[in-house]
Design a protein around this ligand. Structure first.
Ligand code: ADP
Ligand code: MG
Length: 453
């Protein structure tokens, strides 16, 4: 294991050195766009593998900079190597996090009341509002609480940000006695990883292991954090096996289903799939309304029915956003010192609503896809049909079609005067790829998130 770790350090360093040479050869703008967020993943006799943030990026780097990188690498290494660009799950996630940052900042402003992870009462299962989007997961959580280790083991909950994964996880842990510390471990995969690496460097692995292996219930949040972390995955697999021999109940949450977590050991995927896998979806209008009422009641805030409906109809994202909405309504009512009506609510929720409901415009799609694919301003509206450009153009057309109310003709006219049927073919082509290629589907979801969808 030690050797492998050293190798890992090496390729990272080597790649940094190559990058510093590349930096001399390209403009700063290009460097920042293409090379800044990359990582050296592996290097053997033949190939240097470089991780990048997305499939389009990998494709374009391959087309445009492979030669330059190969030459620079050869000069550094004193031997020829082939260069491969692949999507690195962690970089992909960082990018997604950054992209969601804008939306989140808005929410944070709206939600000054931030939860510490162990506000026991707040995350109690009793305070979890159910609807068709989450009741399977909720019922599974109840079963686990009533018969831990036997009901569904492991229980694997997945779903988008702010839909209640942590709430269910903490709810289960609390119901089973987390606060009494009865061999119940709640840990995020990130903390698990950090502790593992710390133990590894400080030679305290035994203590690390015994800490988890006594558990009766092990709850691991945000398990997707383990993507690409081979050594931590190995350790986790060992811990997992030891625990399941002792009939420990294991509960996990992740932002994607087991098979879509980037670079996860086959053994782990199989184990994750061996119990019950449940998904949390976005709440429907009826459930959103229930949630708004519930959150207001908990704060003893009397909300007129029309206002509750207004909020539920217009704030369509996650439950976290709904909470932000309720916080804004409460704050607005306190500041204006009178009961809130629909007009007040429209004011109070303006930021949140605009984010989701503003119509998407074609130039916006143009700008986002251009930046995303590292093309030049105007490329998508131009005549060029080179592969990277026409691929990006197809994607833009697809987004225009799925996010906006544009006809094929309007879209074609905007993107370089193309006709109805070529737009329709492009949209069909990208839809097919979204269905077949899970990684690509993820990227498209990220792009949609750019527009708050
Ligand atoms: P995730 O872990 O999926 O990102 P969280 O569990 O942190 O989401 O939920 C975000 C916020 O929304 C939390 O404050 C949580 O209490 C609340 N929440 C999520 N789902 C529900 C629900 N069904 N009923 C009540 N509150 C919920
Ligand atoms: Mg969470």
């Amino acid at each position: 294991m030690k050797g492998a770790l050293d190798l890992h350090v090496d390729v990272a360093t080597v790649w940094r050195e190559i990058l510093s040479d590349v930096r001399e050869k390209v403009s700063e703008k290009r460097y920042n766009l293409w090379f800044k967020n990359t990582v050296g993943l592996s290097l053997d006799d033949h190939t240097l593998v470089v991780g990048v943030r997305g499939t389009i990026m990998a494709h374009l780097l391959d087309k445009q900079y492979k030669q330059l990188v190969a030459e620079t690498a050869a000069a550094r290494l004193g031997r020829e190597v082939d260069v491969a660009f692949v999507v690195d799950g962690e970089l992909f996630r960082t990018k997604r996090r950054e992209e969601q940052e804008a939306g989140r900042r808005l929410l944070e402003e709206a939600a000054p009341e931030r939860a510490a992870p162990f506000e026991v009462e707040r995350y109690a299962l009793d305070n979890f509002v159910t609807g068709p989007c989450n009741e399977v997961a909720y019922n599974a959580a109840l079963e686990v609480v009533s018969d831990p280790g036997n009901a569904y083991n492991p229980l694997f909950i997945h779903g988008g940000v702010g839909l209640g994964k942590t709430h269910l996880l903490v709810g289960i842990a609390v119901a089973l006695g987390l606060h009494r510390r009865e061999h119940i471990e709640y840990v995020s995969a990130e903390v698990f990883t950090n502790r593992f690496l710390f133990a590894l460097t400080n030679r305290t692995l035994d203590a690390f292991r015994s800490c988890y292996r006594k558990a009766r219930l092990l709850v691991i949040d945000d398990i997707h954090f383990l993507a690409n972390k081979t050594h931590t995955q190995e350790e986790f697999l060992n811990t997992y096996n030891a625990l399941s021999r002792g009939r420990c109940q294991i509960v996990m949450a992740s932002d994607s289903p087991p098979k879509l977590i980037g670079k996860l050991k086959e053994g782990l995927v199989t184990r994750f799939l061996s119990g019950l896998v449940v998904k949390l979806d976005k709440p429907s209008f009826a459930t959103r309304l229930k949630i708004v009422r519930h959150k207001c009641a908990r704060r003893r805030f009397e909300i007129p029915e029309t206002v509750a409906e207004f909020a539920a109809r217009n704030v369509k994202g996650s439950v976290r956003e709904l909470e932000g909405a309720v916080n804004s309504l409460v704050a607005y009512a306190n500041l204006s010192r009178r009961q809130i009506d629909v007009n007040g609510a429209r004011q109070a929720l303006r930021g949140l609503i605009e984010w989701h409901c503003r119509p998407v415009r074609l130039p916006e799609i143009d700008a986002v896809i251009t930046a995303w694919s590292g093309l030049n301003e105007g490329d998508l509206r131009g005549r060029s049909r080179t592969r990277p450009i026409s691929r990006a153009r197809h994607l833009a057309m697809y987004l225009a079609r799925t996010l906006g109310n544009f006809s094929h003709a309007e879209i074609g006219a905007y993107f370089g005067g193309r006709n109805h049927s070529s737009v329709s073919a492009a949209v069909k082509n990208i839809s097919g790829m979204v269905e077949q290629d899970a990684d690509f589907a993820k990227e498209v979801a990220v792009l949609k998130a750019e527009f708050g969808r």
